[in-house]
Design a protein around this ligand. Structure first.
Ligand SMILES: Cc1cc2nc3c(=O)[nH]c(=O)nc-3n(C[C@H](O)[C@H](O)[C@H](O)COP(=O)(O)O)c2cc1C
Length: 198
């Protein structure tokens, strides 16, 4: 797998951290490159706190247009932007490749590769929704940073995993980060709603 992870300037850095850790545990090790937006580094410091230089994959500077994945010829056809800011989505939707993250996404779109975007904002404005619709029509997959509760997560880490599991599914990485629907006691409970509900 040749994968670019773009880390945009939105809240939700623990999702990126967990995804990177899971990918780093795979054997064989995938070819992963990481790029932060300029704002993302500060948010990472606030929400994760570790030094990005200690990440297990190469981290490229936000203006490093010489990075391999800035060109289609290097063969990186899969990119995930997690978390994605709505400002970043706007730039990607309009082909404004003014930093390495948006350039890399532009390359994946032009090469008709797999682009997975994980926006985090609330509420969404019409501008945000229009940009997401445009990107979805261009072939991107929009996976909003919405963790779920139906598997019964009890800690923040488990809640994070409910989203990261979905991201790994999109990347075709087998995982059991959260119980699958149908394999949990919650499923059984929902199949038989209490009588007082009717
Ligand atoms: C602490 C902090 C949190 C932010 N959280 C969000 C967010 O959750 N979603 C969002 O769309 N923008 C958020 N922003 C604003 C973006 O970082 C800003 O609009 C930036 O220009 C987006 O571009 P980038 O993704 O290329 O960094 C946040 C900014 C800061 C400083």
């Amino acid at each position: 797998m040749k994968l670019v992870i773009g880390i945009g300037g939105a809240s939700g850095m623990p999702y990126a951290r967990r995804l990177i850790d899971v990918l780093a545990s795979l054997d064989p090790l995938p070819d992963v490159r990481i790029v932060f937006s300029k704002t993302a580094r500060g948010i990472w410091a606030q929400e994760v706190g570790t030094d990005p230089r200690e990440l297990p994959f190469p981290v490229h500077g936000h203006r490093d247009f010489g990075a391999p994945f800035a060109s289609g010829s290097a063969g990186y056809r899969t990119m995930i932007v997690v978390p994605a800011s709505v400002g970043g989505l706007a730039r990607i939707a309009h082909g404004i490749s003014d930093d390495l993250l948006s350039r890399a996404a532009d390359v994946v779109i032009k090469e008709r590769g797999k682009l997975i975007l994980v926006p985090r904002e609330t509420p969404f404005s019409e501008i945000h929704l229009e940009n997401m619709l445009k990107l979805a029509r261009l072939g991107a997959t929009i996976v909003p940073a919405c963790p779920s509760f139906y598997s019964g997560p009890r800690t923040i880490d488990e809640l994070v995993d409910t989203l990261v599991a979905r991201l790994l599914d999109r990347l075709s990485v087998p995982n059991d980060l959260m119980p699958r629907w149908g394999a949990t006691p919650h499923h059984a409970r929902l199949e038989a709603p209490p009588e007082e509900w009717s």
